[in-house]
Design a protein around this ligand. Structure first.
Ligand code: NAP
Length: 252
């Protein structure tokens, strides 16, 4: 173990949905800690690539649409081809659809459940097979406040993110003996594309800020710090945990 618990030098981290928002914040934070980064995206993540390389580590892009499980094995094999190993998987890509439960459509159910839960599981499986055969690793799934709470008008999102919490615990149970740490981060309200409509709605924005003890929206970098912790030796004995990074939202 390195003297610096948080040093990721020599490790390879794969971050999905890395072109923007929380995925970009996590990729840059892992790069600052010394990891080489595989960026997966369905749109060119050149901005993230530049930010990662500016930290003095390597970046490699794997283009993949995570609305089906088709690319999961390919993403892992391209990672090994590019950098020779895979130590850290961050399942960040996710979507949300809003509608009243009475009107919620099958398409809005399936699209969100597929990307947020089904493909997340199968990418864990592809990476887990490699890690189990190669000494272990760390998997970090991005959950939500709606892993703990019900939310409103986001039926499939709540179902998917609640599922991410359960799946994280199941995988920790099965894979901790294989030296694979599986944990999740539950972001609070983070300023990204995903929440642009909420930030732009004056009343909702005020209501949200009034409930956050920290008194501000989170930044993608706030989630990056938690990812470095869970990816590092500092978290070796942390298994199946869902870490809220929410400015105190759940404490209210
Ligand atoms: P974002 O800015 O909308 O980023 C979402 C990322 O997922 C983007 O890179 C997006 O790619 C990617 N993605 C979505 N569907 C994909 C697909 N089929 N194939 C490949 N990539 C796909 O939102 P964010 O806020 O950073 O969200 C990141 C994660 O954090 C999500 O899992 C979200 O549920 C979770 N989260 C966010 C908040 C928040 O307050 N922002 C709170 C709790 C949890 P494109 O850019 O190409 O669409």
């Amino acid at each position: 173990m390195s003297d610096n618990f948080f040093d990721l030098t020599g490790k390879v981290a794969l971050v999905t949905g890395a072109n923007t928002g929380i995925g970009q914040g996590i990729a840059v934070a892992l790069a600052k800690a010394g990891a080489d980064i595989i960026l997966t995206a369905r749109r060119d993540p050149s901005e993230t690539r530049q930010l990662v390389e500016a930290e003095g580590v390597k970046a490699h892009v794997v283009m993949a649409d995570l609305s089906s499980i088709e690319p999961c094995d390919r993403i892992v094999s391209e990672t090994i081809n590019a950098f020779g190993r895979l130590d850290i998987l961050v399942n960040n890509a996710g979507i949300i659809r809003r509608n009243d439960a009475l009107d919620f459509t099958e398409d809005d159910w399936d699209a969100v459940m597929d990307t947020n839960l089904k493909i997340l599981f199968f990418l864990c499986q592809s990476a887990g097979r490699y890690m189990a055969a190669n000494g272990g690793g760390s998997i970090i799934n991005i959950a939500s406040m709606l892993t703990f709470q019900g939310g409103i008008r986001v039926a499939s999102y709540t179902a998917s993110k609640s599922g991410v919490g359960g799946l994280t615990k199941l995988l920790a149970n099965e894979w901790a003996p294989k030296n694979i740490n599986v944990n999740a981060i539950a972001p609070g309200y983070i300023a990204t594309n995903n929440t642009a409509a909420l930030q732009a709605d004056k009343d909702r924005n005020r209501q949200i800020l009034e409930r956050i003890p920290a008194g501000r929206w989170g930044e993608p970098g706030d989630i990056g710090g938690a990812a470095v912790f869970l990816a590092s030796d500092a978290a070796k004995y942390v298994q199946g945990h869902v870490l809220a990074v929410d400015g105190g939202w759940l404490a209210r």
